[in-house]
Design a protein around this ligand. Structure first.
Ligand code: AMP
Ligand code: GLY
Length: 458
């Protein structure tokens, strides 16, 4: 494991192999690194754990609850990602130095507030700041007030008024349930009948929950991309751009999913677009949250669209994207623990010598292909054996586990999205070929995947 290698290099007497024996066998004085707890258990957390394991400053990683792949790089603890009290007790008990939060459920449950009150260092926004994701209406109001470009909208709590409004609207029209709905609360209605049916689900039958508020939004067109930024109050440190593939099937057909693949190296977003997105969207959003008294600390994710009349916000998320993280973090050359730490402590990253020129990235584009259970995002079965995970996948390939378990000596499917195969190469086409070659080496009867990841770019 890399961490042990690091200690070997730094062995106090230079005698690396003996030092190794002592380190593994007996509790001796060591140049002690940090203990980190990663909250979550999907591919995104596997990529975060993988990035943390490359940090020489980290000596122990816990992941709650983790999964069978993460267990190869971290100690998994069986605590649910939204069980804030149990996570807090664990962090206090194990003297965790820093907690990093993956999924939105934990943030919406107030994990950052609760940990901070207990004096625990945490990377992730407060519940109030995370409203930028958990409430579509909060996000839309913020954007309107601070002049951040987005689709025109109106919000409704009452079924009849909403119905009256969409009667006179042009089609398609976009209807968004105001609350967390695991990516399923958005309906693009092609005609009045579809709009009526969706409004009935959202406002009358409470299919998604009882919040009963809906944002009705103008339909925008153009390629979408994801802009993940580390944010500490008004300070914004951008990551690389990426693009997700939200629909289940090739050609962007089929139902919306959590994401079926992603890549970095977007040919349709030029430097000017990227600067606009940073200076006219992401930075103003961070300033807006601070001005509203809910400063954001964590990853702010801009789901953006390049429309004919400029880049606009489709949505904000308050966390790392999944599967975007799995293709972005492998390119990070900087020490991610330093970034998490600086933000948790409110220190300016640029004051750290290694970050004077910002976060450093490798040049090779990456592409990630998700292997999902047949039936996902609808009903699917679990427990199918996965073979071939110990294959030699070749240069530049890594496999992150999204939903797996290890039972009776075999890896098994344990979720909707099961694995993501990520490859990097000098160009995107080569990366895609490497990724699909590795995908073909993984053997499981109950998985499917898209064959066209990266099609916007290739
Ligand atoms: P959201 O959960 O807000 O990201 O919406 C899910 C998906 O619906 C987005 O990734 C878009 O593809 C689509 N979508 C959301 N809002 C709009 C809009 N105003 N115009 C066109 N498509 C949209
Ligand atoms: N990839 C979409 C999301 O993380 O919300």
């Amino acid at each position: 494991m890399e961490i042990i290698n690091h200690f070997l290099q730094q062995g106090p007497d230079g005698r690396c192999s003996e030092f190794s024996k002592v380190y593994k066998g007996v509790n001796v004085e060591l140049p002690q690194g940090a203990t980190v707890l990663v909250v979550g258990g999907g591919g995104r957390c596997h990529a975060i754990v993988d990035a943390l394991s490359r940090s020489p400053k980290v000596s122990k990683i816990y992941c709650a609850p983790g999964n069978a792949g993460i267990a190869l790089q971290a100690e998994c603890v069986p605590i649910k990602d939204n069980d804030v009290e149990a996570l807090k007790s664990f962090a206090l008990d194990r003297a965790v130095d820093l907690t990093v939060v993956g999924p939105e459920a934990a943030l919406a449950a107030g994990i950052a507030d609760s940990f901070s009150e207990a004096g625990l260092r945490i990377f992730g926004p407060s519940k109030a700041a995370a409203s930028i994701e958990s409430s579509k209406e909060f996000a839309k109001r913020l954007m309107a007030k601070y002049g951040i470009p987005t689709a025109a909208y109106r919000s409704f709590t009452d079924y009849d008024s909403a119905l009256e409004y969409v009667k006179g609207h042009s089609y398609p029209v976009v209807l968004k349930y105001d609350g967390l709905a695991a990516g399923k609360g958005v309906v693009i209605a092609q005609d009045f009948e579809q709009a009526r049916s969706a409004l009935k689900d959202m406002l009358s039958d409470n299919v998604y929950g009882k919040d009963s508020k809906v944002v009705v939004e103008e339909f925008l067109q153009g390629p979408e991309f994801s802009f993940l930024c580390f944010v500490d109050g008004e300070k914004v440190y951008p990551m690389l751009l990426s693009q997700d593939h939200k629909r289940a099937f090739d050609g962007d057909e089929g139902p919306n999913t959590g994401g079926m693949g992603a890549y970095t190296g977007l040919p349709f977003v030029n430097d000017e677009d990227r600067d606009y997105a940073l200076h006219s969207i992401m930075e103003p959003a961070a300033r807006a949250l601070a001005a509203e008294g809910v400063p954001f600390k964590g990853v702010l994710y801009g789901g953006l669209m390049k429309c004919a009349d400029g880049i606009k916000v489709i949505e904000f998320n308050a966390r790392f994207g999944d599967p975007e993280t799995e293709v972005v973090l492998p390119r990070m050359k900087s020490d991610i623990y330093e970034i998490f730490s600086a933000i948790a402590d409110g220190r300016d990253l640029h004051d750290i010598p290694a970050f004077r020129d910002g976060i450093q990235w490798g040049y090779e584009p990456t592409i990630g292909v998700v292997m999902a259970s047949k039936g996902y995002p609808g009903h699917y079965e679990k427990g199918y054996e996965i073979g071939g995970l110990d294959s030699d996948f070749g240069e530049g390939v890594r496999v992150y586990h999204m939903g797996t378990s290890f039972v009776d000596g075999h890896y098994r499917t344990a979720g909707g999205r099961v694995l993501i195969v990520v490859a990097s190469a000098p160009d995107l086409k080569e990366a895609r070929d490497r990724a699909y070659k590795a995908v073909s080496m993984i053997d499981c009867h109950n998985l499917f995947y898209r064959k066209d990841i990266g099609h916007w770019a290739l």
